[in-house]
Design a protein around this ligand. Sequence first.
Ligand code: UFG
Length: 316
Amino acid sequence: MRLLVTGGAGYVGSVVAAQLVEAGHEVTVLDDLSTGHEDAVPEGARFVKANITEASDALDGMDAVLHFAAKSLVGESVAEPGLYWASNLGATLALLDAMRDKGVGRIVFSSTAATYGEPERSPIEEGDPTRPTNPYGATKLAVDTTLSAFARMRGLGAVSLRYFNVAGAYGRYRERHTVETHLIPNVLKVATGERESVSVFGTDYPTQDGTCVRDYIHVADLARAHLLALEAITPGEHKIYNLGSGTGFSVQEVISVCREVTGHEIPAVVGERRPGDPAVLVASSAKIQRELGWKAERASLHEIVSDAWGALSRNA
Ligand code: UFG
């Protein structure tokens, strides 16, 4: 297929673009490089440096769009909600209109566990209430709502994938945010000497060891789900799937595994809770397993951390 990958110079987008090229698709990456890196665009993909509000020309002749380009920091979204509504909802509406004008009727969208907010039960299923606790989650939920409406009204075929905690690396493609807020890369930065210690945000949560529990999914497994989603698109339908490995690990457990993998003592300093963090976020991925035959193949936290560490130390 001829595919437009928005945000394909970012972490998840670059891994999906690489897997699409490997699978024989004709891939164009569209990215404004506001947070992405041009050298993350895979060999064999065409690159267009542009914002998604300027995607019209790049959409000519495309069979589908995989839409990753977005602002994705929870804390920043609380500080600058307008930026998040404009970038995540406003610009996506422009992209969807350009797709309609160019007759491109298929989209796979990067949604998030943040659409659910504080869950009532665990693991979270797709039909559970969506009550985002921050503007990031709210803007992603607004796009999901738009996709459902456009599927009904315009015959759009859409699949939203709600990511839980993505980590790990795929070959040379790894996480490298200028502002790093995520747990695993921050812990590994202690092992490379870039940081002196890692902060543990709260030890008084109602969990086994008092630290937050998250569902970590290997970026290669996550990316593979996009290729299945692409095949599953049905005109006039909007399908939503959670993507996690189904197992929760606490912040303390993550730090322990990082110590094992790196052989570094990784000092940890207990700090205050980070505002807006739910105690436990674990996905039920039963629906995508049942309907698309997807399964996490690299569900061990050890393997996820080892791959992240391997890619980081090769580039250090
Ligand atoms: N944490 C620390 N120290 C750090 C960084 C994080 O203790 O230096 C803790 C956080 O408080 C949280 C856990 O580690 O309890 C995981 O935090 P991350 O920032 O790695 O990930 P989040 O669970 O906050 O966020 C992820 C995605 C978001 C998405 C969210 C959905 O990164 O984009 O899951 O719930 F919105």
